[in-house]
Write a protein that binds this ligand. Structure first.
Ligand SMILES: [Zn+2]
Length: 364
C-alpha cells in the first residue's frame, strides 16, 4: 500500500455486513457504513441500506449508488469551512464472506480463497485447509488483471475505486481472531478430538477461575467474564477478553505445557498488534514471528484439519499492522456496535427499512 502524500486529505473506512432483523421470516438488513478516520470521536455513518430475505443478489446493484457518489468524491473532493479536502478510501472492513462478496472472489471455505497469497489449499477431513506458510503474495496489479483466475468469481465493482484491492481489504481481527481462531481454540478444548479435548474437571476449573475474576473486573470492560458453559453465546468482545487478559492465567496449569506455550505465542502476537507499536518495524517483526510459529505448530498440536482460512490468515495479520498500525484502528467493533443501534431503531413488524431511514434522518 502506497503512502498518500496529499495535503488536506480525508480518508474513509468503509464497512458492510448483514444483520438479521426477523428470525421467523429470515428478513435482514445490509447497511453500507462509513467512518471518517480523522474524526475519531465520531462514530460510523449510514450511507446506504438494503433489506430483504436474502443478501443482495447483485453486488453491482447493491453498491452502485454508493460507488457513484464515492468515485465522484475521489475525483472532485469536498469543500468544508472554506477549505478543499481530497477524499480517499483508507480501508474496507468486513468479515470474510462480505469481503468475498465485495471483491467477487472465492468464498473463505473454498480453494484459492486466501486474499493475501496464492496458496491454493487442499482437501483434508471434509474441508479445505491452507498451508502453514505464506505462498507468493497477491498484489493489486495481479488482482485487477485477474492473473490467478481461480481466485475470482467475477469482476468486482469496487475496482473503480482508487484503492489497493488486496492490502486495503483488512483482515478484520474481530472476526478473524476473536470470533475465529480464539473461539475455535476454546471449542477444541471443550469438545474437540481426543487428545485435544480437556477433561471436564479442567473445563470446570477454567469456568470457576473466570467466575471468580468477575468481581475484580474493572468497568473498562463492557462485559464481565462468564462460565465456559455460555461459550456458544460469547460475544466477540468476550473472546477478545479471554485471548488478551483472562486466558493467560485461566489456562496456566490446565493445558499441557506445550499447548499452553503455543497459546502464549498467539496471545503475545496479538498483544503487540493491538498496540501502537504494531507498525514499529522491530515489534511488527516480532509479532509476525510469533504468529508464524503459532501457525507452524498447529498441525502437530491440533491436526491438519485445524488449518482453516482464519488460522492461515494469522500469517498475514502483521501486514495490516504495518499498513494501519494498531489493529483496533481498522476493526469491525465500532461498525458492529452501530449496526446494533440500527437494529434497535426497529419497533414494529412492518416497513422495517423505512423505520430505520426515518430514525436516522431525525438524528441528522
Ligand atoms: Zn495466504
Amino acid at each position: 500500500m502506497e503512502p498518500l502524500n496529499i495535503s488536506n486529505l480525508l480518508t474513509l473506512s468503509i464497512s458492510t455486513d448483514g444483520i438479521p432483523i426477523c428470525k421467523s421470516t429470515g428478513l435482514g438488513m445490509w447497511p453500507i457504513l462509513m467512518k471518517v478516520d480523522q474524526v475519531r470521536a465520531a462514530g460510523p455513518y449510514l450511507c446506504a441500506l438494503f433489506s430483504g430475505e436474502t443478501k443482495p443478489s447483485s453486488i453491482s446493484e447493491f453498491m452502485k449508488p454508493f460507488l457513484d457518489e464515492l468515485t465522484n468524491l475521489e475525483s472532485v473532493g469536498i469543500e468544508f469551512g472554506g477549505v478543499h479536502y481530497s477524499v480517499r478510501v483508507s480501508s474496507v472492513i468486513a468479515d470474510a464472506p462480505a469481503r468475498s462478496f465485495l471483491k467477487a472472489i472465492k468464498g473463505h471455505t473454498g480453494y484459492h480463497s486466501c486474499e493475501r497469497c496464492i496458496d491454493d489449499g487442499e482437501w483434508c477431513s471434509n474441508r479445505v485447509v491452507l498451508s502453514t506458510t505464506s505462498a507468493s503474495k497477491r498484489t493489486d496489479g495481479a488482482f485487477r488483471n485477474m492473473i490467478d483466475f481461480d481466485h475470482h468469481t467475477n469482476v468486482s465493482p469496487l475496482n473503480v475505486l482508487r484503492i489497493d484491492m488486496v492490502s486495503q481489504f483488512v483482515l478484520d481481527y474481530m472476526h478473524l481472531v476473536c470470533l475465529g481462531v480464539t473461539k475455535k481454540l476454546l471449542l477444541s478444548w471443550l469438545a474437540g478430538p481426543l487428545g485435544v479435548r480437556l477433561p471436564s474437571r479442567s473445563v470446570k476449573k477454567i469456568s470457576e477461575y473466570l467466575f471468580n475474576c468477575k468481581k475484580f473486573f474493572p468497568n473498562d470492560f463492557s462485559r464481565k467474564p462468564r462460565s465456559l458453559k455460555d461459550v456458544h453465546r460469547f460475544k466477540a468482545t468476550e473472546f477478545r477478553q479471554f485471548l488478551l487478559y483472562t486466558g493467560v492465567t485461566a489456562l496456566h496449569g490446565i493445558l499441557d505445557e506445550e499447548r499452553y506455550k503455543h497459546f502464549l505465542l498467539f496471545h503475545c502476537g496479538l498483544k503487540i498488534l493491538l498496540t501502537d507499536k504494531a507498525s514499529v518495524k522491530e515489534w511488527n517483526y516480532l509479532a509476525r514471528l510469533l504468529l508464524e510459529k503459532f501457525v507452524g505448530l498447529i498441525p502437530k498440536l491440533y491436526g491438519n484439519q485445524f488449518l482453516v482460512y482464519n488460522v492461515h490468515n494469522l500469517l498475514h495479520l502483521a501486514d495490516d499492522g504495518t499498513n494501519f498500525g494498531n489493529l483496533e484502528n481498522v476493526s469491525a467493533f465500532p461498525f458492529e456496535n452501530f449496526m446494533q443501534i440500527l437494529k434497535r431503531m426497529i419497533r414494529g413488524q412492518r416497513l422495517q427499512l423505512e423505520q430505520v431511514v426515518k430514525r436516522v434522518k431525525e438524528q441528522v
